[in-house]
Structure formats: structure tokens, C-alpha cells
Design a protein around this ligand. Structure first.
Ligand code: GTP
Length: 320
């Protein structure tokens, strides 16, 4: 292909490429502004050709793009500017409505020195629209966060799950050991829940679990308190910085709260004939420095005692 044939071809390529191209001469005047730039900036080439870059983009003075141009023109160094460090430096928009909302395209930039015969070095600024990739990344991050929270919460009741409890109890026990503070554990079990399911059906059973979980978690006051679903109809509560007396007080309040829900339970063995809970309380203190398993074991024994004592009550056990 001869020289005259190549020029229109290059013009065609510059018009067709899906990226913005600006070329500056050695005095930082705009000597090329392709159609992509006109389309996304709303400014035609005629309005910018021959203009000084700093006059056209005063807001970019001192920014990394500016430094990259200096590197290219004065030191012959190319630069890549990722969108994470340089959020959308140019006022470029996908379309008119995005421009109205001032929603800039996400941009990744390359600034490259260009040797030009018989003239001082030029530089080319390439601007890639990375909005789709950035959007996809944001979505993935959101999904990852959601998955993470799902993997730590119980699907039915929305409270923490067993896995979350296992992590939290270890963390809170370490903290209690460090500070020499008390830590209480409450095991909460719905009374005669098998009868409830048999009488009202599994779906009403599920609804009952959701209401009880929500009532219990609504009683928690401190950020560090945690309620988790421990198994079927059993919940566990971690109460950091809470001694045995305070924990028993809390357990009584929780028991009363469940009664206040007034969920009928015609098949209950408890006289009240409504949904009730039994609660086992165990407390780790300096005098009883229990590990997780001992504390859980003590709360479990206390729960068994409350069940044996007639249900709809609390019982306390010191860790062995
Ligand atoms: N609806 C429903 N029922 C569940 C779920 N998980 C466990 N259960 C039921 O909870 C019941 C627990 O019964 P048991 O452990 O025998 O105890 P209980 O009938 O509550 O009697 P006590 O604890 O001795 O008062 C079982 O029938 C389980 O099927 C659940 O997610 N939804």
C-alpha cells in the first residue's frame, strides 16, 4: 500500500477504535482527538485541536495524568494508570443521560511517548472504558459479602448459625481470659416442640421458631451479645462481661418475653398451653475458668435440669 492509501485507512482506524486517543505535541498542545473522544466528551476535535492540554483540563493539573504526560514528554517513559488509583480523570460519559447525572465512565489510561521525525517528542493518551469490568467487580464483591453473611447466619431464623457461634465463643473466651471478666452462656430450648409440630404442622413450627428467635434477639442490648441457632429448636446465647446473677436475670427476662408472645400450644405438657422455653445458664468466672466445651456442657446440664424440673423455667450450673 502506498503512502496516500494508508492515510485514509489510518483515519478509518482512529475513527473505529473503541477507545479514546489524544495526542499531544512537545508543547502539550492537542494534535489528535479521535471520534471516540468527541462522542464521549461532547466536544468536537475542532474545538480542542491546537489547544494547550492544561488550559483544556485545568482540574487535572498536579494529578497523576499530568505527571504521566511529563514522564512521557520529558523522560521518554510510558505510564499505565489503573482506574483504582485514578478514578475517572476525564469528564467522559456513556451517553447524554449519563452526562446529565454526571456519571463518568470508569477509565484506565496509558500514556506513551511518541517519537516524531523533525519535531520534539509527542505523547499519546489512550483511554479505555472499564465501566463494565468495574461494575462486574462491584457485583462480585457484593455477592461475596452476601455469601459470607449467609454462611454465618441461619437460613430460617436469620440469627447466627452454629458456625458463627463456634467462632464467636472462642473469641469471647479469649477476651474474657485476657480481661479476667465473666462470660455467661445460655442454652434456650422450646418446650415440647415435637408436640407443637405434630399438632400444628411443620410450617407453623417453622413460624414459631422464627418468632421466638426474633423475640430473643430483640432482647439483646449490647453489641457483643450473640444469639445463635444451636440445633433444631435450641438457641444459644453468649453474654460477655456478664456474671451468674446478671445472666440468671437475663434468662428470666427471656423466658417471660417468650410467654409474652402468647403463641398457643394446645399440645404442650406445660400447664400454660402456650409456647414456653426452658433455659440453662452457665458462667465462666476467674474461680471457674472453663473452656468452651466445659461451658457448653454446664449450660446443657442446667437446661436438662430445667426440663426435668417441669420446663418453662431456668436453671444454673457452674462449669465442672
Ligand atoms: N418445624 C421445625 N421443627 C424442627 C426444626 N428443627 C427441629 N425441629 C423439631 O423439634 C423437635 C424437638 O423435639 P425434642 O428434641 O424431642 O424435644 P421437645 O419435643 O421440644 O421436648 P422438650 O425439649 O423435652 O421439651 C423435633 O420434633 C424436631 O423435628 C425446624 O427447623 N423446624
Amino acid at each position: 500500500m502506498n503512502g496516500t492509501g494508508r492515510l485514509p485507512l489510518l483515519e478509518g482506524v482512529l475513527a473505529a477504535v473503541d477507545l479514546g486517543i489524544i495526542v499531544l505535541d512537545g508543547a502539550r498542545r492537542v494534535v489528535l482527538w479521535n471520534q471516540w473522544m468527541s462522542r464521549h466528551s461532547g466536544t468536537a476535535a475542532a474545538a480542542v485541536l491546537g489547544q494547550d492540554f492544561a488550559t483544556l483540563f485545568p482540574e487535572l493539573r498536579g494529578r497523576r495524568v499530568d505527571a504521566a504526560i511529563t514522564q512521557a514528554l520529558e523522560h521518554n517513559f510510558p505510564s499505565l494508570l489503573s482506574q483504582t488509583l485514578n478514578r475517572s480523570p476525564f469528564a467522559l460519559f456513556a451517553n447524554a443521560s449519563a452526562a446529565q447525572r454526571e456519571e463518568r465512565l470508569q477509565q484506565a489510561l496509558a500514556v506513551t511517548p511518541l517519537a516524531v521525525d523533525g519535531a520534539p517528542r509527542h505523547c499519546m493518551i489512550e483511554i479505555h472504558d472499564v465501566s463494565i469490568a468495574v461494575g462486574r467487580e462491584k457485583l462480585l464483591r457484593q455477592q461475596a459479602l452476601e455469601l459470607r453473611s449467609q454462611s454465618f447466619s441461619d437460613g430460617l431464623t436469620g440469627v447466627a448459625n452454629r458456625r458463627h457461634f463456634d467462632v464467636a465463643i472462642d473469641k469471647e473466651l479469649r477476651r474474657a481470659k485476657r480481661n479476667g471478666s465473666a462470660l455467661s452462656l445460655l442454652m434456650i430450648d422450646i418446650d415440647h416442640f415435637k408436640n407443637f409440630n405434630d399438632h400444628y404442622g411443620h410450617q407453623r413450627g417453622d413460624e414459631c421458631l422464627v418468632r421466638v428467635a426474633s423475640a430473643l434477639s430483640g432482647m439483646l442490648q449490647r453489641a457483643a451479645d450473640l444469639i445463635a441457632r444451636y440445633g433444631g429448636e435450641e438457641f444459644v446465647l453468649i453474654l460477655p462481661d456478664t456474671n451468674a446473677e446478671q445472666a440468671a436475670h437475663m434468662a428470666e427476662a427471656l423466658r417471660a418475653r417468650v410467654i409474652a408472645l402468647h403463641i398457643p400450644h394446645a399440645a404442650s405438657g406445660v400447664e400454660l398451653k402456650q409456647v414456653t422455653v426452658s433455659i440453662g445458664v452457665a458462667t465462666r468466672t476467674l474461680a471457674h475458668p472453663a473452656e468452651a466445651q466445659e461451658l457448653i456442657g454446664a449450660a446443657d446440664r442446667a437446661l436438662y435440669e430445667a426440663k426435668r424440673g417441669g420446663r418453662n423455667r431456668i436453671a444454673t450450673q457452674a462449669p465442672a
